[in-house]
Design a protein around this ligand. Sequence first.
Ligand code: NDP
Length: 477
Amino acid sequence: ELCDFGLIGLAVMGENLALNVESRGYRVAVFNRTTSKVDDLMAGRAKGKQFVGCHSLEDLVSSLKTPRQVMMMVKAGPAVDDLIETLIPLLSPGDILIDGGNTFYADTERRTKYVESKGLLYCGTGVSGGEEGALLGPSMMPGGSEAAWPHVKPIFQAIAAKVGPNDDIPCCEWVGPRGAGHYVKMVHNGIEYGDMQMICEAYFLLTEGLGLSNEELYDVFEDWYQGELNSYLIEITRDIFSVMDDDGGYLVDKIMDRAGAKGTGKWMSQLALDLGVPSTLVTEAVYARCLSAMKEARVRASKVLSGPNPKYSGDKTNFIEQIRDALYASKICSYAQGFVQMQAAAIEHDWPLNFGDCAMLWRGGCIIRAVFLDRIKEAFDADPKLENLLLAPYFQEAVERSQDGWRHVVASAAQLGIPTPAFSAALAYYDGYRRERLPANLLQAQRDYFGAHTFERLDKPGTFHAEWIQLRKKPKQ
Ligand code: NDP
């Protein structure tokens, strides 16, 4: 009996995705470069299930119904190109190659065109949710050859996370052509960086500023989890404050304060710079990880450089509420920036993205899943051309309500010497975005003064240049 789906790459993600597909009633053929992993799976978790273990790509291909659906779940990069080269001669016209890895979107742009030129279809799909998501229901962001969608849709939507009042809306919808799916996945990861950084800033204010214990932190995050901040990341943060180490004491307090990164946040920042859009939250989050990684340098500097006493002297309960406000308002700015970047990328690459769908795809299964995303979907459903989330009435009012607390937190953090790069960058973005006038008039004057870069005027159209040196007030000798 032929299989419905083929999966290559049986590491954490691939193995769990394969089990997920099989659990929905499909027959799955699997292959892994190191074939002992195929045997291990067949003898272990796949035992007695609808699996065919293959020891070669030829076997895998010949085990599949046509048009074949072959998903690659391998290390992103050259491994994918190598697999494509090997698979192309084995496949038939109309077969579909799927890349579910964390691939850089430009590689998917290129590979879609290449694979299509060989008469096959290509589907670059962002998959989020880690090990558990892969097994039980990830968030999936498929893009690539439009003609592939009707074929992959039944299996993709069957395995994806489900949301909505009846748990029947799959977190998987067609994103757009070529690399659109992987771009949206990258923005998801960048937003995840921002969310995590903002939660860490709240944590630092609560511990350094207010001296809260882990028990108290647990209660604060539990309280936040019950409200508009309800999200997976707030939930796991709460839980972290309850985990003890073997020798008593809390595990979180013993973890080295040096963050790692795999690079998707950096990609988003770099692409924001290329597009000329201010995605400052993800960028600050990436830089915060860089600064944390300089542990030894920080230890040396801590012995030399001084700052104020970080203890907050005002009302504790109020300050906790204000930190919640800062977190919520900053989060809105972060998502606003992410969607603005996707809008700019959609224009640049000619992708007809549906931004309400993008929010819906992240509603379940993935790391940034949150109730909040329903509000974003509603905002884009109400106005698909919404220029900025901050302008949607719901978010405008939310920031209106939060901004006193937010400003107090950023100002207090500055006075206490507690770094809050994301909260501060978010506020600077908000205050910059809402200003009709910014000091760029002076900047243009400076550019024209030293480089004759010219300027426009508020009072008349055209391009102007001034002889600043002749016109200036002569300095005293
Ligand atoms: P890894 O990224 O660690 O990749 C390991 C898998 O890739 C193994 O099956 C390995 O085979 C295979 N592989 C590596 N190089 C080659 C090659 N040249 N030819 C053939 N196969 C190769 O596995 P993960 O499961 O962690 O991730 C898979 C993909 O999913 C990655 O792109 C990752 O970024 C992405 N992803 C991961 C998430 C996670 O939480 N881990 C979440 C979302 C996406 P072998 O056993 O022979 O070495």
